[in-house]
Write a protein that binds this ligand. Structure first.
Ligand SMILES: [Mn+2]
Length: 498
């Protein structure tokens, strides 16, 4: 009978109060530096509930991430204001119709939300104009700092608050987004604790899936076991993203698992599985990938690719610390993988020359990793003025920042055999000489391997928040039934154990 070593923790509302304090402090600093007066309100609109197309089927609501960061509100239809001069926070709750009580449950009074979300005041959304005008201390019309800015992963813009009476205010659309985004880049201890919990329960679920995987299952059964474990024992109703449960050749499809490729293949003996799955708890996410042979035993070709990726994963984690450039880490991972592939006879020639020809991107077209928090691809990867690289592979990086103490970032090197990239590289006049056609032929239907852990950067290094079997002998032991974590006395055959 499956069970868990974890209990869903109570997340203190101070987490959001601290986030608000940090924003007010940084915004005041920004305004002073610009010689601007320290008054006005940060004003955000929370997420709204959506129905499925024209129907009355209500989709499960998940709060908009910036609003979640500042207020922790789980319900739809709220607005929130923070007075820059005093730090006072006010939530505006929707005034619900009487029949809400019949269909959706008790209508909570404003006092309930004030206590629950530890804000200074709770009013109703039809009082926004009056409340903000009464509270405003500065000259002229009250100034609202609204959220408007580019998400550099999606190329979408966050939507500034819309409400009746907006024309009675002066609005600033440019100041808030970069300052608030920058706040989210460095995590507080309370945020780290939630991300750690999301990692704990997701790691445990990954181990559970690994243990229960048997030849002949469907990919979605692995997804189902993961979702069950994180919800049943972890209280995680949401996933950080759609599960990628790829086996065999499908693991070379980087975002497999979408509606047109719905994790529905029956996998066979001798194949690898690549499972990229992470639970979200209380808005904060995890993002973990495990790759393993579905029959529990690595073949020599699987060992070659898996260990190439593992070495890249480990060398990056052991190098990470504040001041290190993420772009350099990406190149380090590429180079490590290329060296191993050369040793395995898959590619031939000088590794530095390969790097110059971007051969690394043929095998790893995605970026090494991304900031992680309330969003799986947390914002702030490219602050204003930082240009995205243009070269293959490097242009896929979701950030090229220098690491800072308090960042949470994924380390997810991979090595894939993707026809759409290999075929042109094998034919290219500058690139064909690097490939050993005969050996690479063995890998045409191999798929790929990715190993992904979430780490947080400390003052002098980093800590791996994910806890899953990584060494091939650890994976084989766990799949054979050995409990995880392995006991200190456990000895692997040939590797010397721990
Ligand atoms: Mn990731």
């Amino acid at each position: 009978m499956a069970s868990s070593n974890f209990t869903p923790p109570e997340v203190p509302m101070e987490l959001y109060a601290i986030n608000r304090e940090k924003l007010v402090k940084n915004l005041r600093q920004h305004l002073s530096d610009a010689g601007r007066p320290l008054h006005g309100f940060v004003f955000l609109q929370g997420g709204e509930e959506k129905t499925r197309y024209c129907t009355d089927h209500t989709e499960l609501f998940r709060q908009e991430s910036y609003f979640a960061y500042l207020f922790g509100v789980t319900e739809p239809g709220f607005y929130g204001a923070i007075d820059i001069s005093t730090g006072k926070s006010t939530l505006f709750a929707p005034r619900l119709p009487e029949n809400y009580a019949v269909w959706l449950g008790e209508i909570k009074p404003a006092s309930f939300f004030k206590e629950r979300y530890i804000v200074n005041a709770v009013c109703y959304t039809d009082e926004i104009v009056k409340v903000l005008q009464d509270e405003y201390q500065g000259p002229g019309q009250p100034l609202l700092f609204l959220l408007h800015g580019l998400n550099t992963d999606s190329d979408n813009f966050s939507k500034p608050a819309e409400f009746e009476g907006k024309e009675k205010f002066e609005v600033d659309l440019t100041t808030l987004h970069p300052v608030l985004t920058e706040c989210r880049v460095l995590k507080s201890h309370l945020e780290l604790a939630v991300i750690q919990y999301a990692n704990d329960i997701s790691s445990e679920a990954h181990v559970e899936v690994m243990r229960r995987t048997t030849v002949g299952m469907k990919e979605y059964q692995l997804e189902s076991m993961f979702l069950h474990h994180t919800y049943m024992y972890g209280g995680c109703r949401h996933s950080s993203y759609t599960c990628i449960c790829a086996t065999g050749g499908n693991s070379a499809v980087l975002h497999y698992g979408h509606a047109a490729a719905p994790n529905d293949r029956t996998f066979e003996d001798g194949e690898m599985a690549l499972l990229d799955m992470g639970a979200e708890y209380n808005f904060y996410g995890s993002d973990i990938t495990c790759s393993f042979p579905v029959n529990g035993k690595f073949t020599s070709d699987q060992l070659l690719i898996y260990n190439a990726v593992l070495e890249a994963h480990n060398v990056v984690i052991s190098t990470l610390k504040p001041g290190i450039s993420w772009l350099d880490m990406h190149k380090l991972a590429e180079k490590t993988i290329l060296k191993s592939l050369k040793k395995g006879g898959i590619i031939i020639g000088d590794v530095d020359e390969m790097m110059a020809e971007r051969i690394g991107a043929v095998f790893m077209p995605h970026g090494l990793g991304h900031l992680l928090g309330i969003d799986t691809h947390d914002p702030g990867g490219y602050p204003k003025g930082m240009e995205r690289p243009k070269e293959p592979g490097l242009r896929s990086l979701r950030t090229i920042r220098q690491l800072q103490d308090g960042m949470v970032i994924t380390v997810e090197p991979g090595c894939y055999f993707i026809d759409a990239l290999l075929v042109p590289a094998l034919e290219g006049s500058n690139t064909s000489k690097f490939f050993n056609r005969e050996v690479i032929g063995r890998f045409t239907s191999f798929g790929g391997v990715r190993i992904e852990s979430d780490v947080y950067v400390t003052a002098d290094g980093c800590k791996n928040m994910s806890n899953v079997p990584r060494e091939t002998w650890e994976i084989e032991a766990v799949m054979a039934g050995t409990p995880w974590p392995l006991e200190k006395t456990f000895n692997s055959s040939g590797n010397g154990g721990l």
